[in-house]
Design a protein around this ligand. Structure first.
Ligand code: FE2
Length: 275
């Protein structure tokens, strides 16, 4: 397993989570969305510049909270939702694994501890959880990126655990990866400082061409593990089916966690391991 990960930069482990665990997580996510009042973030879309500042703040202060984020295409020109609220949320983030008992149970799995240790993350710290809906018809694309862009550690240690909660294939926006691409340089760094946030280009290596991208088509329950430098993306979902997934981002506490990463954890809610 370790050899495969070192060679390919990713692993696909079918049947990692059972139907009951998936159902519990999906039910809890639906309840969080149901309780979410869209009035405040919807205001975000009123005027452009002010809206941008507000939505940035809503995102940048969500590292130790449970918040809902809309799909970019959720609203029509008049600012009204195109689809019901439960079909308009892009994701829930970013600390459910620390704050919500159902998410915590799913996330604090001793098998995950063993897995990441085997891959070299000796002192795992789970920094981020995301429940990604990839909604029917409006599910947004995630452009080519490397997760180390958002979780900069020295050395690179961020490891992504991506759980399929539904079948993911080419029709509903599955992951695409560049096999072996984790041996290419980190291209971008998402930096947050007093001036705000920005995406810095730090290496000119181009993103993989279409023909070197490989779809990762998986059934519900599959765990996909990604190396922090592996280029990956997912296409928009134009199908009638959703594509729910849950992700965790893990770093090694032995590495230096950049103070310029957008997600910082204070003493009140420090990042913890799996067990
Ligand atoms: Fe990613």
């Amino acid at each position: 397993m370790n050899d495969r990960f070192a060679r390919d930069g990713f692993l696909v482990i079918p049947n990692f989570k059972c139907a009951d665990e998936i159902a519990a997580l999906r039910e809890r996510a639906a309840a969080i969305v149901d309780a979410f009042d869209p009035a405040e973030p919807a205001a975000v879309f009123t005027t452009r510049d002010e809206a941008k500042t507000k939505s940035d703040a809503y995102f940048l202060t969500s590292g130790d909270k449970v918040r809902c984020f809309f799909e970019e295409e959720a609203f029509d020109a008049s600012g009204a939702l195109r689809q019901p609220k439960e079909l308009s949320i892009n994701k829930i983030g970013h600390a459910m694994h620390d704050l919500d008992p159902v998410f915590e149970r799913f996330s604090r799995d001793s098998r995950l501890d063993e897995l990441v240790r085997e891959l070299g993350v000796a002192e795992p710290r789970v920094y981020q959880s995301m429940y990604i809906f990839k909604q029917p018809r409006i599910g947004g694309e995630a452009r080519w990126h490397q997760d180390a862009t958002y979780f900069d550690t020295d050395p690179v240690t961020v490891t992504t655990l991506w759980f399929a909660l539904e079948r993911a294939d080419r029709t509903n926006g599955c992951l695409w990866v560049q096999r072996g691409g984790h041996r290419t340089p980190l291209r971008e760094r998402f930096v947050t400082d007093a001036a705000g946030s920005r995406l810095d280009r730090i290496d000119a290596t181009p993103w993989p061409s279409e023909d070197s991208a490989e779809p990762v088509e998986v059934e519900a329950g599959t765990l996909v593990v990604l190396h922090g430098l592996l280029p990956h993306y997912s296409a928009p979902n134009r199908s009638a089916a959703s594509r729910h997934a849950y992700t965790l981002h893990v770093v090694d506490a032995r590495a230096r966690y950049s103070p310029a990463n957008w997600l910082q954890r204070g003493a009140a809610l420090p990042a913890r391991g799996f067990v």
